[in-house]
Design a protein around this ligand. Structure first.
Ligand code: ADP
Ligand code: ADP
Ligand code: ZN
Length: 209
């Protein structure tokens, strides 16, 4: 199954994707995770995108499309994928349609108030990218990743100024994708506002699993 996860920053896309991987047996491909690994590795891509990402703006379409095109060409993505955080603009969605046909776009339906609460408490593992939350999903040992023992930190773009910018970018550039996929008959709405386990249930139901 080839799925696109569509929703505002902090909607819980990465959290659900990590669980859906076990259900669907397809890779979770997150452009945000790929960019953050590149930044951590100080690769040419990382050096190019760091300031843009920290400020809450989008990386340019050309760079992002090329990155995803290459990733989807790899063997593990042939049977399916969960694309989390891509596409984020209409040109990205049009480009994706030229090199891969997604089966469904899952729209994370969630009020702004919940998004702010989730983003402001988000914590991330520096080593493996696992998501935590200061209130809703604490690691067993404070500051240490359950999965890999890595250090847990607050993303630079989860600070107030960048959060505001990202929500504005979402409304202007990404929200139009809801209509884009609805018109194609691919959109599935999932209520993403309850707790994480209930969201998994809503997702299963929406997909008829
Ligand atoms: P969130 O989990 O908050 O939705 P992501 O981890 O998906 O954020 O993305 C973090 C940042 O990486 C974005 O704010 C943006 O700067 C950049 N980014 C990720 N995906 C894309 C994309 N498809 N197009 C452009 N920039 C992107
Ligand atoms: P996205 O990938 O859409 O930006 P994340 O999966 O990173 O969102 O989730 C944002 C924050 O909200 C994280 O701190 C995560 O632990 C928390 N979170 C995710 N899903 C839920 C949920 N259903 N209920 C409460 N908190 C959640
Ligand atoms: Zn980790």
């Amino acid at each position: 199954m080839k799925l696109i996860f569509l929703g505002p920053p902090g909607a819980g896309k990465g959290t659900l994707a990590a669980k859906a991987v076990d259900i669907l047996k397809v890779p979770h491909i997150s452009t945000g995770v790929i960019f953050r690994s590149a930044i951590a590795a100080k690769s040419p891509l990382g050096l190019k995108v760091k300031a843009i990402i920290d400020s809450g703006k989008l990386v340019d379409d050309e760079t992002t499309i090329e990155l995803v095109k290459e990733r989807l060409a790899q063997g593990d993505a042939q049977k399916g994928y969960i694309l989390d955080g891509f596409p984020r603009t209409i040109p990205q969605a049009e480009a994706l349609a030229r090199f891969s046909s997604a089966d469904k776009a899952v729209n994370f339906d969630i009020p702004d108030s919940a998004v702010l609460e989730r983003l402001s408490g988000r914590r991330v593992c520096r080593k493996c990218g696992a998501n935590y939350h200061a209130v809703f999903n604490k690691p067993k040992t404070a500051g240490v990743c359950d999965a890999c023992g890595g250090e847990i930190y607050v993303r630079e773009d989860d600070r107030e100024e960048a959060i505001r910018k990202r929500l504005e970018v979402y409304r202007e550039q990404t929200a139009p994708l809801i209509g884009f996929y609805r018109k194609k008959g691919l959109l599935l709405d999932v209520d993403a506002s309850p707790g994480a386990d209930e969201v998994v249930g809503n997702f299963r139901k929406a997909l008829g699993l």
